[in-house]
Design a protein around this ligand. Structure first.
Ligand code: GTP
Length: 598
């Protein structure tokens, strides 16, 4: 294919605004996937995505399209993941494109995540084509939303397309616009090979499958390639395009999008953002913008049954093959025994990994509350980073503690501005900006400690705004704060896995709330269990769980049998995830109690 006949684009959309539906329509309209296969296709993808950890992963599809003038084009759709945890992957997939469809639900409007991605696309100088989706809905107000896009994003909407992905309205216009508005790739076929990795996944038989866009030069099956960041070299066993199934080809040149397999053992060796070049005639410079995705959020993972420690280690090792951003190292806890301290890009990433470990590897785990990386300066002037509150040196040896801050941008209907500002305030937010934009919607900008954002902030935001507010955040740096370590004692034993780092001003209220919550969550035992919160040697809150006296069923007043059953089931379920700490059985929920204090 001549470079002039290639169009590479992605779709930027907020969750539920119709990205997948539109992508399916484009595949259908170009005959890439037959109509009657569509349903099956869709299901296959769902299955695959489920296997690969929900819709976080990028995919690509190549379509052949004959425009209204009868000219043939190759359209490459490069998908972007829809979650803030994966914004680096989004940025790399946008770099692989010359244009983007900005899909906005015409009955809703611009959301925070959409904005963040549009700005990324504008930074890359992509041609952006606004698409107002769901115009079939009675509540659709395309004119209002167009005005919003023009005002908020500053994007010219004179070429905006009114569409309904569901009904197929506007799809021909979208295809014509891609061909005529999105510029072709630069013709750099004669330059040394440089290809950008925008995604990869692990295949047990072929090794890592790398998805890439050739930026310059050409690559052939059998070529020996070098990954410029990792420095590793491989021979390409299989080269192909995604249509959307893998179809093998012999060669790909500048502007084209495809995949290769080269017996690469782990995705870590072929990271998103790395540049592929030829081993025997390498490009002088890699493509710009490579960074290694760094874990931001950490937690301990411990098997409920210590016999499963080896299984957990093996499972993490295997997961790591397909997840470069996951980090783990052994952790020994006095309370929990042997486990691993794991690092994640964010809370969603953490949940995905936990879920996969439990479902795919059949492990029963206790997860401790998430923590961030703190930077500690000792009185001796030494500086180091800790990802676990239990590693914090005693107060007498500390000069200062710094914590990561993020800039959070929230978009919300005006009605919820008050309650959301209140939320940010209680999370130690520093107010930065408030802007009204068209029609009853407001942007709030706060600087917040990352630690306050990873503990249930998103759920709070959603519930306080009845689901209408959206948010986006990015790391802005470390700041010093008056932080202290809060310890929890259960039955007189300090439980390292319940320790946390909190702001001094919040220590009392958090300590109090936490022991009260633990009192609810830890079941009664045959003996009385004291619960205490302390800072250093100072007890700041205490409670106790009274000893068990009567059969639990006595609570049911003898009546309803189904209620008894329910209670028994609930108990059986609760029993499943327990960790004995000394003589006290502590349920999984207790370790996450800090996330549910409000
Ligand atoms: P995520 O995969 O969660 O990011 O969502 P998405 O943006 O891919 O949205 P998806 O295509 O899954 O659509 C979300 C919902 O909107 C689905 O129930 C679709 O059937 C519906 N939908 C998509 N396009 C239209 C449309 O044009 N009109 C109407 N009425 N519904 C639509």
């Amino acid at each position: 294919v001549p470079v002039s006949r290639i169009r590479n684009f992605s779709i930027i959309a907020h969750i539920d605004h119709g990205k997948s539906t539109l992508a399916d329509r484009l595949l259908q309209a170009t005959g890439t996937v037959e109509d009657r296969k569509m349903k099956q296709q869709f299901l296959d993808n769902m299955e695959l995505e489920r296997e690969r950890g929900i819709t976080i992963k990028l995919q690509a599809a190549r379509m052949l399209y004959k425009d209204q003038a009868g000219e043939e084009y190759v359209l490459n759709l490069i998908d972007t993941p829809g979650h803030v945890d994966f914004s680096y992957e989004v940025s790399r997939s946008l770099v692989a494109c010359e244009g983007a469809l900005l899909v906005v639900d015409a009955s809703q409007g611009v959301e925070a995540q959409t904005l963040a991605n549009v700005y990324l696309a504008l930074e890359q100088n992509l041609e952006i084509i606004p698409v107002l989706n769901k115009i079939d809905l009675p509540g659709a107000e395309p004119e209002r939303v167009i005005q919003e896009i023009e005002e908020v994003v500053g994007l010219d909407c004179s070429q905006a397309i009114l569409a309904s992905a569901k009904e197929g309205i506007g799809v021909p216009d979208i295809l014509e616009s891609i061909v005529h508005l999105v510029p072709p790739p630069r013709d750099t076929v004669k330059e040394p090979l440089r290809a950008l990795i925008f995604d990869s996944y692990y295949d047990a038989y072929r090794g890592v499958i790398v998805y890439f866009r050739v930026m310059d030069g050409r690559v052939k099956k059998g070529d020996r390639v070098r990954l410029m960041a990792s420095g590793k070299e491989y021979q390409i066993d299989e080269l192909g395009v995604l249509s959307p199934h893998q179809i093998q080809v012999d060669e790909l040149h500048a502007g084209e999008v495809g995949y290769f397999a080269a017996a690469i053992k782990a995705v870590e060796d072929a990271r998103v953002g790395d540049t592929i070049t030829l081993a025997n005639s390498p490009a002088p410079e890699p493509l710009p913008g490579y960074t290694e995705a760094k874990p931001m959020v950490f937690c301990g993972l411990f098997p409920t049954d210590s016999d499963q420690y080896e299984d957990l280690r093996e499972a993490l090792e295997k997961l790591k093959l397909s997840d470069a951003a996951l980090s783990y190292e052994p952790e020994t806890s006095t309370a929990m025994g042997f486990g691993f301290r794991c690092g994640f890009l964010g809370l969603l990433h953490m949940e995905i990994v936990q879920e996969r470990l439990e479902r795919e590897y059949d492990l029963e785990l206790i997860t401790t509350a998430p923590s961030v990386i703190y930077r500690v300066t000792t009185t001796a002037g030494e500086i180091f980073e800790i990802d676990n509150p239990s590693q914090l040196p005693p107060a007498t040896n500390r000069e200062k503690i710094e914590e990561p801050y993020v800039a959070v941008e929230i978009i919300t209907p005006e009605d919820y501005v008050g309650t959301l500002m209140d939320l940010c305030q209680t999370r130690r937010g520093i107010f930065k900006d408030m802007r009204y934009f068209a029609q009853n919607r407001t942007t709030l900008v706060y600087d917040l400690p990352l630690a306050e954002v990873v503990t249930d902030f998103f759920d709070q935001l959603k519930s306080r705004s009845r689901g209408y507010a959206s948010m986006e955040y990015h790391f802005i740096g470390y700041r010093e704060d008056a932080l202290v370590k809060l310890d929890i004692l259960v039955n007189g034993d300090q439980v390292d896995s319940l320790a946390m780092i909190v702001h001094r001003d919040k220590a009392y209220s958090v300590g109090r709330a936490l022991v009260e919550k633990l009192k609810e969550l830890i079941p009664r035992h045959q003996f009385k269990i004291p619960l205490q919160a302390s800072i250093g040697t100072r007890i700041i809150a205490s409670e106790h769980i009274p000893a068990l006296r009567k059969d639990v069923l006595a609570k049911c007043y003898g009546g309803d049998i189904s209620r008894k059953k329910k209670l028994l089931q609930k108990q059986a379920k609760g029993k499943k995830r327990m960790k004995s700490i000394g003589t006290v059985d502590v349920p999984q929920e207790a370790f996450m109690a800090v996330l549910r204090l409000e």
